[in-house]
Write a protein that binds this ligand. Structure first.
Ligand code: OSB
Ligand code: MG
Length: 383
């Protein structure tokens, strides 16, 4: 590698994204840019949230993890192949989002050098992937019903409602009444309940939901298994599934019957490919979740969704729904049939708007090919 950069970049949200853990009003991501000796670039994005209320990972810590540990490990090992990046970083405990951002940069650079798409590299086939929307908690139930109806008119294939104690049965009842029985509907509690709420959660069985996502604490697999015995609706796990081993354990324990896969949460892209195979072999419904990524972060996720094991619509709202603008230009959109096109171009598959990226840089580190720090700084001067 000739050189590498780590950039902490601001992404201005159009409005706060509200879940049971509170509003996410400020959004930053960590970008990794690798450059080889021929001047070709590979981009990756680490997308934990700014705060530690979804999982322990958060943006400022992830910036340091990537700049001080994950990237230097790979550069010092002179990694050539993306899977070797994953193997090298396996020495790092947790910190899955940071490791994934680095791994993604290796995958996109490798694809760029080979002149092939991420889809081809991952062995995917679909040229278009179905998407749903994940709807924020809003001031009134009426506003949620309205937005669900808007997205369905725009073609989205599935609606996911954020729920929390006090914002659950009523909002689900009203949305189901508004959209009708044929729409694929599911809910996401982001770990807001306890086993003592089992009767309340069982009331949701009446609404034909595709799944109830992460009702209990992020580290409580056995609690979810106990709850699943008391619900007809399949439990889907998000926060709890932080490695391929945990996915296998959760399925063996019947702690979930549906899997939300976020590459950044499960430890990377190689880990995602392993989980896709496992779910396909076991016939478990699988879909790609989202972390409000920019287009740079969504790109590998879209390519992954082209694999046959991804059976259900992805959480993949386009930048036009979430942000003032995207870090790729042109960005992608959801087409009238509720699908996003999987790019067939080489590397990332999208053009990174470097000028926009650099105008949003809050903090940066530049590394030599051998992992030594060349320079670091704050603010927009990087560029
Ligand atoms: O729980 O799936 C979640 C966003 C941030 C953190 C957690 C979650 C979400 C979403 C967003 O639901 C979906 C998207 O990225 O479009
Ligand atoms: Mg979730």
């Amino acid at each position: 590698m000739a050189r590498a950069e780590v950039l902490l970049v601001r992404l201005p949200l159009l409005e706060p994204f509200v879940t049971s853990f509170g509003p996410t009003a400020s959004r930053h991501v960590v970008l990794v840019r690798l450059e080889d000796g021929d001047g070709r670039a590979g981009w990756g994005e680490a997308a934990p949230l700014d705060h530690p209320f979804y999982l322990p990972d958060f943006v400022a810590g992830t910036f340091d993890l990537v700049a001080d540990w994950a990237l230097p490990l790979c550069l010092r090992a002179d990694v050539r192949y993306p899977r070797d990046a994953a193997r090298t970083m396996a020495a790092i405990r947790g910190n899955t989002f940071g490791r994934t951002g680095v791994e993604a940069a290796y995958w996109t650079l490798f694809a760029e050098r080979e002149g092939c798409s991420l889809r081809a590299l991952f062995g995917g086939e679909a040229s278009r992937i179905p998407v749903g929307e994940s709807l924020s908690i809003k001031p009134t139930v009426g506003e949620v019903v309205e937005e669900a109806e808007l997205r369905l008119r725009q073609g989205y294939r599935r609606i996911k409602l954020k729920i929390a104690p006090g914002w659950d049965v009523e909002v689900v009842r009203e949305v189901r009444r508004g959209v009708g029985d044929d729409v694929m509907l599911q809910v996401d509690a982001n770990a807001a309940y306890t086993l003592s709420d089992a009767d309340r959660l069982a009331e949701l069985d009446a609404f034909g939901l595709a799944c109830i996502e992460q009702p209990l604490e992020f580290d409580d697999l056995l609690g979810h298994a106990e709850l699943q015995r008391r619900l007809a609706t399949p439990i889907c796990l998000d926060e709890s599934l932080r490695s391929p081993a945990l996915v296998r354990t959760a399925l063996d324990a019947d702690a979930c019957r549906n899997v939300n896969l976020k590459p950044g949460r499960v430890g990377g892209i190689a880990a995602s490919l392993d989980i896709e195979r496992l779910c396909r072999e076991r016939g478990v419904p699988l879909w790609c979740g989202g972390m409000l990524e920019s287009g740079i972060g969504r790109a590998p996720n879209i390519a992954l969704c082209s694999l046959g094991g991804f059976t259900d619509p992805a959480d993949m709202s386009p930048a036009s729904v979430l942000y003032e603008d995207d870090l790729i230009d042109p960005t992608f959109d959801v087409e009238p049939d509720g699908c996003i096109e999987v790019p067939s171009g080489s590397g990332l598959g999208y053009r990174v708007d470097e000028e926009r990226v650099r105008s949003r840089v809050v903090r940066w580190v530049e590394l030599d090919g051998d992992g030594t720090v060349r320079a670091r700084g704050e603010g927009k001067e990087k560029g």
